[in-house]
Design a protein around this ligand. Structure first.
Ligand code: SAM
Ligand code: SF4
Length: 331
């Protein structure tokens, strides 16, 4: 295998891979999928554990150093902890993390840390049971909060990030509770701008509750100071002026960070996506199942990555939303 770095046609070095292990989910967040109309992928189209491990090895051979396991909800995949452990055993990965809605963390959190997952991002859009159920379609807040506590108390765990999608009318009244959480617990709470990736296609730019708006509202509750940005970081991080706690803002709509994007994505059915908003994807499952070796797969990946999109066009006239919803892409 070659050891040339994996670069795209715009000169960006690709080192970060998001791997979706399932399109299934135990929640129904309305900005991510549309309840009742979700069609799950046929089982035989989903990559098997050994296929995921094989492809991750090829990516790592190409210079990928950060792997994030996601979905759908990764913890609903059968045998996920074992799969995470196999991936953790691949030499060359510097950073292995999981993004989860937290519903099953009480059950799996300690086993995931024992399997070698160091960092866990927990998605949590509301801290009141009513708004949580309104957003996710399920009454599971207490379970998620218990899961977070179990994770917090697990020896060996790394930094815990709590991610909330900014939703106008939902997020604003939740901010005092999020501020209290960020100040009382060792969690970095981050707010993500809502992107047009839901199935109902009702997104408009004007509806987006921007990171700046949320930051202003938080600053009025407890003053914030900026923390210097790390390279490739998607979040702008602020600490509370009195030093207790941090919050971050991920602003892909109002302040796109495509210029130094180092990320690509593998879907649960084995497609390579070079941007969240790609309209084109590259099949890796077909060649893999047809017996392609690592060099052949690496060549397909290099070619696809070379054509990585310069930037997303969200909010531009003529923007086309990808056919896949976020739950099928893997966020
Ligand atoms: N089920 C897991 C979870 O919720 O953390 C992992 C998959 S989920 C697709 C990954 C992340 O994408 C979550 O933090 C979710 O809030 C975020 N997400 C989903 N749809 C989004 C959208 N339309 N705009 C912004 N973030 C979105
Ligand atoms: Fe499921 Fe995560 Fe999408 Fe919510 S954001 S529906 S938890 S995949």
């Amino acid at each position: 295998m070659t050891h040339e770095p994996l670069v795209d046609g715009h000169g960006r070095l690709i080192t970060d891979l998001r791997v979706s292990v399932t399109d299934l989910c135990n929640l129904r967040c309305h900005y991510c999928m549309v309840p009742d109309t979700v069609e799950w992928l046929p089982r035989d189209e989903i990559l098997r554990h050994e296929e995921i491990v094989e492809l991750v090895q090829v990516f790592v051979g190409l210079g990928v150093r950060e792997i994030r396991l996601t979905g759908g909800e990764p913890l609903v995949r059968k045998g996920f902890v074992g799969l995470a452990g196999r991936i953790a055993g691949i030499p060359g990965i510097d950073d292995l993390s999981v993004t989860t809605n937290g519903v099953l963390l009480e059950r799996d959190g300690p086993a995931l840390i024992a399997a070698g997952i160091r960092r866990v991002n927990v998605s949590l859009d509301a801290l009141s049971p009513e708004r949580f159920a309104q957003v996710t379609g399920r009454d599971r807040l207490a379970q998620v909060l218990r899961g977070l506590e179990v994770l917090r108390d697990t020896p060996g765990r790394g930094r815990i990030k709590v991610n909330a999608v900014g939703l106008r009318g939902v997020t604003e009244p939740e901010l005092p509770a999020f501020v209290a959480l960020a100040r009382a617990q060792p969690y970095q709470v981050r707010f993500i701008e809502n992107m047009p990736l839901g199935a109902n296609r009702s997104w408009t730019r004007d509806d987006v509750l921007t990171g700046e708006e949320i930051r202003g509202l938080i600053h009025a509750i407890a003053p914030l100071q900026p923390v210097e940005r790390e390279a490739h970081a998607t979040a702008r991080v602020y600490r509370f002026a009195d030093g207790r706690g941090e919050v971050g803002f991920i602003n892909p709509v109002s302040e796109p960070f495509c210029d130094d994007c180092n990320r690509i994505r593998l879907t649960a059915d084995g497609r390579l996506r070079t941007c969240l908003f790609s309209l084109h994807e590259t099949d890796l499952r077909g060649p893999l199942r047809a017996g392609a070796g690592r060099d052949e797969l690496a060549a397909i990946i290099r070619d696809a990555v070379w054509r990585k999109e310069l930037k997303h066009r969200v909010g531009d006239p003529g923007f086309r939303q990808p056919a896949r919803t976020m739950s099928r892409i893997g966020g």
